[in-house]
Design a protein around this ligand. Structure first.
Ligand code: ARG
Length: 463
């Protein structure tokens, strides 16, 4: 019979050691060591409960606490030696603890399994990530507000189908992204409630025969509730999928904004410039200044969307309860958190490096008959049914197009060919400012409304 290496936790049951390739294939320590501090936090709470319930002695608890404190230091200082033979973060820490404090270390795993342990670690990790992300989202919102504040009177063309539609203020456009970010904050805040539940106590899958007190562990770890079914507790990764879906939506929002920044910075638009520190040059074309950051954000959105699909696929064929498949949840989650936090951090900063070019925006708004709807609305207010007004203005636009001028440049008698209802008060209506001011209701682009929206937003962030 082959002898087992003594560091194999389940050596008693096996006749031969795990093949080298299999060991590498199944080990997760290279990446799940990132959960180490959460693993220790969970172990401390578990041990405290075991002592409270007299399942281990107070002396054992003290030994465990002392050992884990030292391990934590070793990890923080980079002195901890991780071993692939010990498969994952959980066994590495437990083995080190046992080496340091003896039998007390061997008692830590009483009434616990790595199945409920790892689920707890991920939940602690995601809870803390959500708290970071919400702060970063708020910083992004502040950046949007700070820019918007100066541009409630800066007029640009609003687009539909990327065709000039109606004039809007640049501030109004930015505030659309504030709203998206606000929904992102709300989504993460809501998902946090489902992340913040305790799996420990489920043990391998069925619960444990020791007289444990799960509520105490939940309280010690700041969980809002305990998972109510032990099978579900060890196998559920909905919370991780939900987290990734929330993240994919943030990235999608930032990807849309990126697409706009890229377009706006193109000389064809020339609406903005992005500070040099966020751009790069070309190795061959000396004139180039490329918006690499927004382009990369757009590109990295694909990665996070991919992680969402990976996690959904990971889960779809799994019978209850825990399966090793779940070990594959970690890398997509870690990469999602890294990508999202780095993106938000750089974005909030990049918004402060945007130079707005109001003249170029205005020039673009004056092309493409952006106030045609205002002319139609004017006719409606004078009694013409909307469909007839629409038709009259379409003819006027065609006429102006042939003359290669704007509607506001047509003389009164020219305009009156299309409707006798038109009089010289029309010119105020056809200006960009008139068009904006007319949309004076909640959610409209009138400067007064956008200023109110910014004020509401500031209050929301402060509260
Ligand atoms: N490394 C494992 C994971 O990430 C820990 C749980 C292992 N449980 C087991 N029964 N093999 O999911």
């Amino acid at each position: 019979m082959a002898t087992m290496q003594d560091n194999q936790t389940w050596s008693g049951r096996f006749n031969e050691p795990v093949a080298e390739l299999v060991k590498r294939y199944t080990a997760s320590v290279d990446f799940d060591k990132r959960l180490a501090l959460f693993d220790i936090q969970g172990s401390l709470a578990h041990a405290q409960m075991l002592a409270h319930c007299s399942i281990i002695s107070t002396q054992d608890l003290q030994d465990i606490q002392r050992g884990l404190a030292q391990i934590e230091n070793e990890i923080i200082n980079g002195d901890f030696v991780w071993s692939l033979d010990l498969e994952d973060v959980h066994l590495n820490i437990e083995k080190r603890l046992t080496t340091m404090v003896g039998d007390a270390g061997k008692r830590l795993h009483t009434g616990r399994s790595r199945n409920d342990q790892v689920a707890t670690d991920i939940r602690l990790y995601l809870r803390s990530s959500i708290d970071d992300i919400v702060l970063l989202l708020k910083a992004m919102q502040t950046s949007l507000l700070n820019l918007a504040q100066h541009h409630t009177h800066t007029i640009m063309p609003g687009f539909t189908h990327l065709q000039v539609a109606q004039p809007v203020s640049f501030a109004h456009h930015l505030m659309a992204y504030f709203e998206m970010c606000q929904r992102d904050v709300e989504r993460f805040t809501d998902a946090r409630k489902r992340v913040n539940r305790l799996p420990l106590g489920a043990a391998a899958l069925a619960g444990t025969s020791y007289p444990i007190k799960r509520e105490l562990v939940a309280e010690l770890l700041g969980f809002e509730a305990v998972c109510q079914n032990s099978l579900d507790a060890v196998s559920d990764r909905d919370f991780a999928i939900e987290f990734t879906a929330c993240s994919a939506l943030v990235m999608t929002h930032l990807s849309r904004l990126s697409e706009e920044l890229i377009l706006w910075m193109s000389p064809r638009f020339g609406f903005i410039d992005i500070a040099d520190r966020f751009c790069t040059g070309s190795s061959i074309m000396p004139q180039k200044k490329n918006p690499d950051v927004p382009e990369l954000v757009r590109g990295k959105t694909g990665r996070v969307n991919g992680h969402l699909v990976a996690l959904l696929t990971l889960m779809k064929g799994q019978p209850l309860a825990y399966n090793k498949d779940n070990q594959e949840d970690k890398e997509p989650l870690f990469d999602t958190v890294d990508t999202l936090t780095q993106t938000l951090r750089i974005y909030a900063d990049m918004m402060t490096g945007i130079t707005v070019k109001p003249e170029a925006m205005r020039r673009a708004a004056l092309q493409g008959y952006a106030t045609a709807t205002d002319l139609a609305d004017y006719l409606v207010k004078k009694g013409l049914p909307f469909r007839d007004a629409h038709e009259a203005v379409a003819l006027a636009v065609r006429y102006a197009e042939q003359k290669n001028c704007d509607l506001a440049e047509l003389k009164l008698d020219e305009l009156q060919q299309f409707s006798s209802l038109i009089s010289d008060d029309i010119y105020a209506v056809l200006t960009l400012e008139g068009s904006l001011a007319a949309r004076n209701h909640t959610g409209g682009t009138a400067p007064q409304q956008v200023e109110a929206a910014i004020a509401r937003a500031r209050k929301l962030l402060a509260g």
